[in-house]
Design a protein around this ligand. Sequence first.
Ligand code: C2E
Ligand code: MG
Ligand code: MG
Length: 471
Amino acid sequence: MREIERVDLGLRLKKAEAHIQDLEHRIAGLAHLDSNTGLPNQARFLDRLDQAILQSTRQAQKVAVIVLDLDRFKRVNDLLGHPGGDDILRQVARRLEGSLRLGDTLAAMGGDRFMVLLPTLKEDLGAMKVGLKLLESLAAPFQAGGEELQLTASMGICLFPQDGMESTTLLSHAESAMYRAKERGGNRMECFTTTLNLVSMERQEMERCLKEAMQNGELQMFYQPQFHMDGRLSGAEALIRWNHPLLGCVPPTKFIPLAEESRLILPIGEWALREACKQMARWHTLSSIPLLLAVNVSAMQFTSGDWDACVVRALLDSGLDPSSLELELTESLIMRQGHEDVRPLVRLREIGTRIAIDDFGTGYSSLGYLQRLPITTLKLDQSFIAALQVEPPAVSSEHIVKAVVQLAHSLNLTVIAEGVETEGQRDMVEMLGCDGLQGFLLGRPLPADAFEAMLESMTQMAFLEGRRPDL
Ligand code: C2E
Ligand code: MG
Ligand code: MG
């Protein structure tokens, strides 16, 4: 063989080798790709998740895994046949991809199920924000085979490290959260554990969220009606609600303690007070029923220097009469105060504002403060009322309520029973001498407009019955 032919053969052999290598790579690559959408498949997804876990451990960041399953996709296949269904899945993949950032991974799990990996999360809520974007990306109708289709998805989210330490565990936890979203009707996302709530959030994140809540108008006041013993409406307790766009309705018991820790309770409490006073002043112009407004006050507000001035400002700005406002302080708050300055309380009482002890009976045994402080009302804690009607009857509860009522009346205080849920409990608290009541039996906390509607119909009824509504 001539020298020149040998070189040529060698070159061709090299080329063939390179071609084979390339083919091998592509085949290996295809084994990691979903054939319909071209997205990474589950094996590659798990590889990337493993890498992300390693990295995030080093960088103290979080990782989120989202599993997304289209709702009732079988109907699409029935309507369009499998090729049409595949077409839709490719469109879904493109839309989902469009909602993600560089560095995130979208993968296909087979069928109508997708997985998303968010490898460098700074905050828990970030995962929910992306989840919301993914759901929104599917909102516009899809076109295939001359048909227009509307699709929704169910999504499950779980986070490393709090919901699992290994890739397969995380994936299966995200899947089980997704099934819960399906059970709840689809077109929604669920988190694997309830750890993705305010309590698990980093303090800073929570503070930012709460600040945003105030700015974005996510806080809302509800009003629970309060009644005289004969069933006439006597007033309303203002109860705060937080409607978070991702977390849903966060109850005050969850965020008030956190707001107290971060001192955000000061602006929040002031907002709540001002809002409720304004609302009640409006209701006074709409109805002749003399309504009392009860507002909860937390420890930190009470100890902040200009507390009484803040109350007076809210009253002046709203035009509400001070005697129509009752401030609710908890027993533990008062006891924590010890012998600290009670002058703000005294000053408020002097202008006519009423002062109630909330959840009375759950705090401390010393009752000395009842004489020391300018209190007007005791709100008997729900736990006593709940115990009034259990089987066998909790006799001691009956005695406690009776004793509290006697004590309160001897000090000229009004007693309100909280948490009255049954007719039996209402009869009992009436028999035991309570002056007023509040509870789910007669009315749940309502948004302002619903409370107003109820107030209007009660005012009307009182008018038709020919009595002055306050008599
Ligand atoms: P609270 O002041 O003792 O309010 C009564 C709570 O009992 C309310 O819960 C109310 O919805 C609930 N409730 C009323 N009737 C019944 C009943 O018949 N059965 C049962 N099981 N529950 C009943 P909510 O609204 O979740 O408020 C919880 C607590 O959060 C309040 O307890 C209060 O301490 C605090 N809170 C609410 N709003 C504010 C606010 O604006 N400022 C401050 N500082 N605290 C607030
Ligand atoms: Mg209260
Ligand atoms: Mg209470």
